[in-house]
Design a protein around this ligand. Structure first.
Ligand SMILES: NC(=O)c1ccc[n+]([C@@H]2O[C@H](COP(=O)([O-])OP(=O)(O)OC[C@H]3O[C@@H](n4cnc5c(N)ncnc54)[C@H](OP(=O)(O)O)[C@@H]3O)[C@@H](O)[C@H]2O)c1
Length: 229
């Protein structure tokens, strides 16, 4: 299967939609996943209409139930709230093909237990990404990314998303598979964030950014300075 086909699990939500719009516009084939296949199809239709009315020409976005979406792509991106991460992974993990790349975007924010979005929860595994890796089948590489770019910035197709994307994972090759997906989002840059365990820090930074967004009434991103590439 080609890495040009991407399943976005929970793609009916804000973050998944933003990523899907950017990737579809850049020519990737997108399958939106949902617990409800009809909701996935409706979301895919709405995204296609948005892009076609924006002059993006013909784009490829379809919708399916989460397990069907997961089985049909070699890159599977998980964009669900932390409270839904384990349940969703249990629903899709048997359907992930060996060699596929699972990209975890989950941030363990406090609202999962009724708390503040400006604070993260402690995760026994270390981070949402490490929890995702523990629940993934052998032969599936797990990386984490896209935590620090906001859904609002992604959905604003008239402007660049302006964010460095820290990619964490234990395999350099697996992380590098995300390079074309990040290059496809104007204003975003791939940054190797080191091992998957570093996702603890990257996930926590999202809570900080949410606080900044509330104080400054905007949507912030991050830039790492001093890199040579
Ligand atoms: N929004 C952002 O700006 C942003 C930025 C960086 C990272 N993130 C992270 O990305 C993930 C998704 O964020 P989001 O804002 O897109 O979330 P969301 O809109 O609240 O939810 C995304 C999708 O997850 C599914 N979902 C919701 N509750 C569920 C449940 N209890 N069980 C199973 N599925 C459920 C829903 O899809 P169906 O109902 O169609 O199944 C929903 O459309 C989160 O972990 C978030 O922390 C978000």
């Amino acid at each position: 299967m080609s890495d040009k086909r991407i399943a976005v699990i929970g793609g009916t939500g804000d973050q998944g939609k933003g990523l899907a719009l950017r990737w579809a516009r850049a020519g990737f084939e997108i399958i939106i996943g949902s617990r409800d296949a009809a909701r996935a199809v409706a979301a895919a239709d709405a995204m296609r209409a948005t892009l076609e009315s924006n002059g993006s020409g013909s784009v490829r976005i379809t919708g399916a139930a989460n397990p069907e979406a997961a089985v049909s792509a070699s890159i599977v991106v998980l964009t669900v709230p932390f409270a839904a991460q384990v349940g969703t992974l249990k629903e899709i993990r048997e359907r992930l093909a060996p060699g596929s790349l699972l990209v975890d975007v989950t941030v363990p924010l406090e609202p999962a237990v009724g708390g503040k979005p400006t604070r993260t929860l402690g995760v026994w595994a270390g981070s949402a990404a490490e929890q995702c890796a523990e629940l993934s089948p052998p032969g599936v590489e797990v990386v984490s990314a896209f935590h620090n770019v906001s859904a609002d910035a992604l959905a604003d197709l008239e402007h660049e998303a302006e964010c460095d994307i820290l990619v964490c994972g234990d395999s350099k090759e697996a992380k590098a598979r995300l390079r074309p997906l990040i290059a496809a989002i104007a204003g975003c840059r791939y940054v190797d964030g080191g091992p998957l365990a570093n996702s603890r820090t990257v996930e926590a930074m999202t809570a900080l950014l949410i606080g900044l967004n509330i104080r400054y009434k905007t949507h912030t991103g991050i830039r790492i300075t001093g890199l040579k590439e």
